[in-house]
Design a protein around this ligand. Sequence first.
Ligand SMILES: [Zn+2]
Length: 650
Amino acid sequence: MAKKSKPPFYVTTPIYYVNDVPHIGHAYTTIIADTLARFMKMNGRDVFFLTGTDEHGQKVEKAATAHGVDPRAWADKVVVRFFDLWKALDCEPDFFIRTTMDIHEKGVQKLFKILLDRGDIYKGEYKGWYCVSDENFLTEDVALDKDGTKTCPDCGRKAQVVSEETYFFRLSAYQQKLLDHYRTHPQFVRPQSRMNEVTSFVRGGLKDLSITRTTVKWGVPVPGDPAHTIYVWFDALHNYVTGIGYDRDPALFEKFWPASVHLIGKDILRFHAVFWPAFLMASRLPLPECVFGHGWWMKDEAKMSKSKGNVLDPYVLIRAMGPDPLRYFLLREVPIGLDGNFSHEGFIHRVNSDLANDLGNLVSRALTMIRNYFQGKIPPPAAENPADAEIRKAFEEMKKWAVAQYDSYALNKALEEIWAFITTVNKYLADNAPWKLHKDPALRPRLARVLYQAAASLRGVAALIAPVMPGSAQKMWEFLGESGSVQDVRFDDLAFAGLDIGHILKEPTPLFPRVDLKAFLAEEPGTSKEQPMDEPKTPSVDQNIITYDEFAKLELRVAHVLEAVKVEGAKKLLKLKIDLGTEQRQIVAGVAETYAPEQLVGKKFIVIVNLKPAVIRGVESQGMLLAAVSGDKSAIPFFEADVPTGAKVK
Ligand SMILES: [Zn+2]
């Protein structure tokens, strides 16, 4: 009987703002998307996974000007940070859309024109409170401050009244249509709490939306009226259709649109669950199945933000152990709809207990016994006894549930199912004690069965964890003597009995080495709460002879201080914004007991620029200044003569 073919699956992340330095929040969304994409493929669906960058708008224009390059060159330079991180995290999108791509700009202009011709876009005058930083008019419900002005609720900056000629999108016409859609598609916004939020917002009334600017040059020009550029949200949201072949590759577009799920952070829910479906209704395109608003990661119970300086650098977490433990932790710790709390202690604890102990030890014990007792060949199994049969049935049951949980985006539950099974297998091995069976030659068929059940279990586990930990799953797969990619497995065909007899097992290397928390915190400068950097020990001068080559590795440059502020809660630390001629950086210096911030602004001194960035008291330091230190006092050697900012010191 022919199987009914499954529908294609199309998953997206938001396009990330190209100016941002990628942090754990970007990593989280993209890891969820990557995991869903890998799972759906293994579950027999054709998959398309799209991510990308939002590259238009005032902030990109400003940053480019500040660096003396044009906006496109600036975007080309900084977008690489995202490419690099996805590679480091083993995230493999099918396409990376950049809003500056021709295919995107043409698609946006075409959609704008369609809506203009239909009367859903019209020209008018808009006056309102405008946040320059977010390039967004504030909604009417933002109350006036005491001084009669308004503060942007998103970024906390003062808004200003702006009046301009603009094109409006007739959002007001879609209020009832949106409410009808929410009612008939209860899964359109997930989780349910977010659906309630969206519904009550729309019930409160929708005003027409200003979707163009005359003040921003760096954007997609309005077709036929190039004094206007298309406002970032109308531009950005359409990446979901231009990235999948809208008006360019009809076969691709027909196959994958509408999207199965738009993964987003809950802060951009309104744009995705209200504006976006209204745009699509207006252009007569089908609506996505689901907008999933995931939670935020807090750091040690506090919200992460640039201003607090407690933003987690994903590289610190993957440098030591690769991407898989981080991918596992983020997906296992909380359901994707809720907020999670990140602490290094919690992270290391989970890596050690779930990965190193439960799974890693099981793999190493089982495979070592097969190597030692059966020359590394999967032994021919004797008949199953009831305990053996239970393991097989437990696997089949677990597979069914884990697949169902993955399929409904309950990734943490899928992992819980798999780990409960791993515990069962560990117990089975302990109960059946193959190391004792081995002592009696008459019990060899029994020994073979026990180890076969263990190996068959691990083969199934390797396939089921592959969406979350592709690298480690592949290693396990190969340890078991399997060839090809574990991700070529299809869950419909994955059976407990799939293991071939007589396969030569590879010698396993440790899958997940145990991490010593203390050593981890000490080695990774971004992770320590007590930073030793404030008071480096003074080595005696005659020790530590280095060669010139060693000295030449230091890149020392003249830095010019632009801004200096105290680091809150750290009496020794100052946060400095420095100019290095070619770029600006932030460094943290332990000189606050000697220097007031204003004493340093405008000064020039020497900075090591190629020192590995560190997070000190939650503030990232991208370099280190040179100072003489004696007790609590420090003395910075300033330049007396005028030297060019950025000049090399040697
Ligand atoms: Zn703002």
